[in-house]
Design a protein around this ligand. Sequence first.
Ligand code: GDP
Length: 215
Amino acid sequence: MIRPVDARFVTTAVAPEGYPAPGPPEFAFVGRSNVGKSSMINALAGRRRLVRVSNTPGRTRTLNFFDVELDRKGERRTVRLADLPGYGFARVQKAERATWDRMITAYLAGRRELRGVVSIVDAEVGPTPDDVRTLGYLTTLGRPVLVVATKLDRLAKARRRPRLGAIAAELQLPPDRVVGFSATEKTGVTEVCQALWELSDGSSSSVDPGRAPGR
Ligand code: GDP
């Protein structure tokens, strides 16, 4: 059993100068606006309001760093979660989109401490064209990518596994490669924590890093 035991906000940044000094292994969280990223980070941190949950899509325009201490059978380890601005908000202007691209690509391509990327899709909606494009980009980075489908609670229990398999198929991944998640039901918290734990020490038994869509 693995679980979060402590969490704290580290800092906010818009450019590399603002990134925190090297510390715990880092994991980036990416997804379109309103996909449920803030709620996921709160659930992984075991907190209700570490990250503000937004009803205003597209509001977050910064990279926010959080340290989460995990406990696995008495062994403790800290991982640093990087909450990246959400993409794909329709009302965002072209110039702003370019700023977003620069901000996140600078981090994803350049950050030495980054051990993996959690790519979030909506379990009910499935991968959007923006999700597919972003995953394609993540693949080119050669970083481990974990695809997590959230808001799983919106699907009847019997539909969940087939739906995750269908999402995996759409992304050209093996059927069991998409992790189901629900912030409201706390489904998938253990699985994602476990994946971060394993990636943080370089082992890859459950997430098979390096395999991403299209390969
Ligand atoms: P973000 O913009 O990606 O950070 O998304 P938020 O975490 O702010 O969530 C956007 C909306 O989706 C909010 O109204 C949340 O309450 C809702 N939401 C987030 N996660 C879940 C979930 O697991 N299940 C359900 N049913 N709603 C969720």
